[in-house]
Each structure stands twice: as structure tokens, then as C-alpha cells.
Design a protein around this ligand. Structure first.
Ligand code: IMP
Ligand code: MG
Length: 209
């Protein structure tokens, strides 16, 4: 079982005015739940665990857009640092795929997949809620018989809606709330926020489509 940093259900978070948050989002957010620095520290450790486990295998890193782009870029930067500075290093190529399943703060019934021309050994993902998006993607990848597929997700949500699916590597396990920031969006907003925050109800109305 993958280890992770647990954010408790009663986690109070941090006041917004202790951090730098874009002015245009100040009234939309309640608390900072995971500050950017903590995301980076946890990601650094995930990179080390992944490199240790992958041995000398060539990694095709597949980024699940759009929500996974920040995590993917930062995770790969840490893997690159390890590759630069240790006796053992693994060749790395990248690919990108786009999936869309959400409207407002709810999952829709369709998971649309766009792009991706190479197959993955390792896929980088923003958040697993029910697990449906990842399971759809995995069955698609498996059709092409890759040697090995490992899933790295920055966040996994503790929710009764979960299908039971767990990624191979997990950054944080988070409460059942709608989170934004660090490329996670609400109707495309909040990707330009560095910290992971809880969206307030007023903002859900404001940015509703
Ligand atoms: P699943 O298919 O239910 O696991 O949902 C995963 C996808 O839903 C993620 O890739 C996100 O796009 C979206 N999602 C789920 N929870 C959140 C959230 O709290 N904030 C932003 N997006 C979310
Ligand atoms: Mg989204």
C-alpha cells in the first residue's frame, strides 16, 4: 500500500492572509489546506521513491492534463535532479493526454480522453476522487500492453463515492471537499493559484456554468 501524508477531516488549514494568494481569488477561498512548499517537499520524496522502485527501466512519463500539469512538471524536475546527481539514472521521455469529466464541482458521466501518442510506464495525475477517470484511462493504456504502468497522484480524496481504486504513489489523502489550486480548477478557474485551497460556497455560485 502506498504511503501518503494524511490531511485530517477536521484540518483547520491556514488563514489566507498568512500567504500570498492572487487578489482576484481572495474572496473565493476559505483556507489554505496545503501550502505550495509542502506540496513541493512531498513531491521531492515521491520522486525519490519512484526512482528507487523503477530500477533502470526507461520511464515514459504521461501527464494527465490539465489538472496534473503542475504536479507533473515539478515531479519530473525532482526526478531530473536525482538523475543528474546519482550514479544510477533512468532515461525519461514525456507525453501528454487530456481527460475531462467535470462540470462545476460534480463528476459527469462521461470521461473524455484526448491525445497521447506514446504509451506510459508512469502517469502523473492531479486528484483521484471516485477513481473513475483513472480506471477509464488505465483500461485504455492496457489495451496497448505496456510493460508496466504505475500511477502517481498528488491527491486522493477520502469519499464514500470512491470505487476503491488506489494509485501506486500518493502525495496526500484529503478530506471530501472541493479543492482548487496548483492546477486543480473549478470550471477552469484557480489553476493560477499556487497553494491548494478549499473553495467557498459563494465562489461555487460565482463561477458556475
Ligand atoms: P474521479 O474520476 O472521480 O476520480 O475524478 C477525478 C477528476 O475529477 C480529477 O482529475 C479532477 O479533474 C476532478 N476532481 C475531482 N475532485 C476534484 C477537486 O476537489 N477539485 C478539482 N477537481 C476535482
Ligand atoms: Mg477539472
Amino acid at each position: 500500500m502506498a504511503s501518503y501524508l494524511q490531511i485530517a477531516d477536521d484540518e483547520k488549514g491556514h488563514d489566507l492572509d498568512l500567504f500570498c494568494v492572487p487578489r482576484h481569488y481572495e474572496s473565493d477561498l476559505d483556507k489554505v489546506i496545503i501550502p505550495h512548499g509542502l506540496i513541493m517537499d512531498r513531491t521531492e520524496r515521491l520522486a525519490r521513491d519512484i526512482i528507487q522502485d523503477m530500477g533502470g527501466h526507461h520511464i515514459v512519463a504521461l501527464c494527465v492534463l490539465k489538472g496534473g500539469y503542475k504536479f507533473f512538471a515539478d515531479l519530473l524536475d525532482y526526478i531530473k535532479v536525482l538523475n543528474h546527481n546519482s550514479d544510477k539514472s533512468v532515461p525519461l521521455t514525456v507525453d501528454f493526454i487530456r481527460v475531462k469529466s467535470y462540470c462545476n464541482d460534480k463528476s459527469t458521466n462521461s470521461v473524455r480522453v484526448i491525445g497521447g501518442d506514446e504509451l506510459s510506464n508512469l502517469s502523473g495525475k492531479d486528484i483521484v476522487e471516485t477513481g473513475r477517470t483513472m480506471q477509464t484511462l488505465l483500461s485504455l493504456l492496457n489495451e496497448c500492453n505496456p510493460k508496466m504502468v504505475k500511477v502517481v497522484s498528488l491527491l486522493v480524496k477520502r469519499t464514500p463515492r470512491s470505487s476503491g481504486y488506489r494509485p501506486d504513489y500518493i502525495g496526500f489523502e484529503v478530506p471530501d471537499a472541493f479543492l482548487v489550486g496548483y492546477a486543480l480548477d473549478y470550471n477552469e478557474y484557480f489553476r493560477d493559484l499556487s497553494h491548494i485551497c478549499i473553495l467557498n460556497d459563494q465562489a461555487k455560485e460565482k463561477y458556475k456554468v
